[in-house]
Ligand binder design. Structure first.
Ligand SMILES: [Zn+2]
Length: 328
């Protein structure tokens, strides 16, 4: 294990609410991590500056930046692994995250290579979570896994046959944007009745507000606190969220004959409030025997999963992407 601990990567997790950077070792341990809030600016360079501030802080704290420059000491952190909010396009290295309006076809990979002078590998943030849970977390030893994040949005990534599934452009696993209700609300992506438009923290809080919920700041956290006290609207908000998740998971498991489903993210952190209605809907909609077999379990790595999965792009590329970097 010593050799694992000597191998290092600079990992970056790009989300709609925060940018995080870290030095992660081959044992999947986060050694140093720094973050910034995601800017709401529509200026792509302002958004990029917040990202590089988080990265530079991390490098400085770890003593791995080259003095007087913005470059990484390549002997100490030889490459950067990025897990980014989606959509992205791995064929050209660009990102257009739904929740980061300042970046549309933003050339993230080239900009990071240009600034830091080391190779950059990029994957979707939810794929990063799936890889992390398989590499070092709850899904170790399972060959076929759906990893999900239920937080501000809803994301997913698949491990099939022990390898990460990338798809044509890096966007495989977008379970948050499949429809689970043809009469449901319009989604931020433009679709109708998407899982994310019902189950995400933002969506369940919006549904509660529409149904008269006024506690605290009205956030998903406030809804969870009210649900724990037995508030009927708050309980129903989580029941709807869990039921839609169970329906979508039943579809994914039926399509892909999975072994395990791992769910992380802040909304999943409420536990039985979400997992009980989820389990009921899953067992109702997964009608075929093989599809009802997999267990649905909480994340083991929590908020660090995105960084650990991004690090795997550098530290375990042959294991998860055997057909080459970024699946190309
Ligand atoms: Zn959608």
């Amino acid at each position: 294990m010593t050799a694992d601990r000597d191998r290092l990567a600079l990992a970056v997790d790009i989300g709609g609410t925060k940018f995080a950077a870290a030095i992660v070792n081959g044992a999947g341990e986060v050694l140093v991590s720094r973050r910034r809030d995601t800017p709401r600016s529509t200026d792509p360079d302002v958004v990029f500056a917040a990202l590089t501030a988080a990265i530079d802080d991390t490098l400085d704290s770890a003593g791995r930046s080259l003095p007087g420059t913005g470059s990484v000491d390549a002997a100490l952190a030889p490459a950067i692994g990025v897990g980014t909010a989606a959509p992205l396009d791995l064929t050209v290295g660009t990102v257009s995250p739904v929740n980061i309006p300042g970046w549309r076809s933003f050339p993230l990979r080239d900009r990071l290579v240009e600034r830091y002078g080391v190779p950059v590998g990029m994957i979707g943030d939810a794929v990063a979570v799936a890889v992390a849970e398989h590499w070092k977390g709850a899904a170790q030893g399972y060959a076929n896994v759906l990893g999900m994040v239920v937080s501000t949005g809803v994301g997913g990534g698949f491990i099939l046959g022990g390898h990460a599934v990338t798809g044509s452009t890096g966007n495989a696993g977008h379970i948050g944007h499949i429809s689970v209700d043809p009469a449901g609300p319009v989604c931020v992506c433009g679709g109708i009745g998407c899982l994310e438009a019902i189950s995400s923290g933002l969506s369940l809080a919006a549904w509660a507000a529409d149904n008269g919920f006024t506690d605290g700041d009205g956030s998903a956290v406030a809804v969870a606190q009210a649900a724990a006290r037995g508030d009927a609207v708050a309980l129903e908000a989580f029941r709807r969220s869990g039921a839609a998740l169970g329906m979508a998971i039943a579809g994914a498991v039926t399509l892909l004959d999975l072994d395990l489903v791992v769910i992380g993210g802040g909304v999943a952190g409420v536990g039985p409030l979400l997992f009980e209605p989820l389990a009921q809907a899953y067992s109702r909609y997964a009608a075929l025997g093989f599809a009802s077999r997999p267990r649905v379990v909480p994340s083991q790595l929590g908020g660090a999963a995105g960084l650990i999965g991004a690090a795997a792009v550098v530290l375990a590329p042959d294991r998860y992407w055997p057909s080459g970097p970024n699946g190309s």
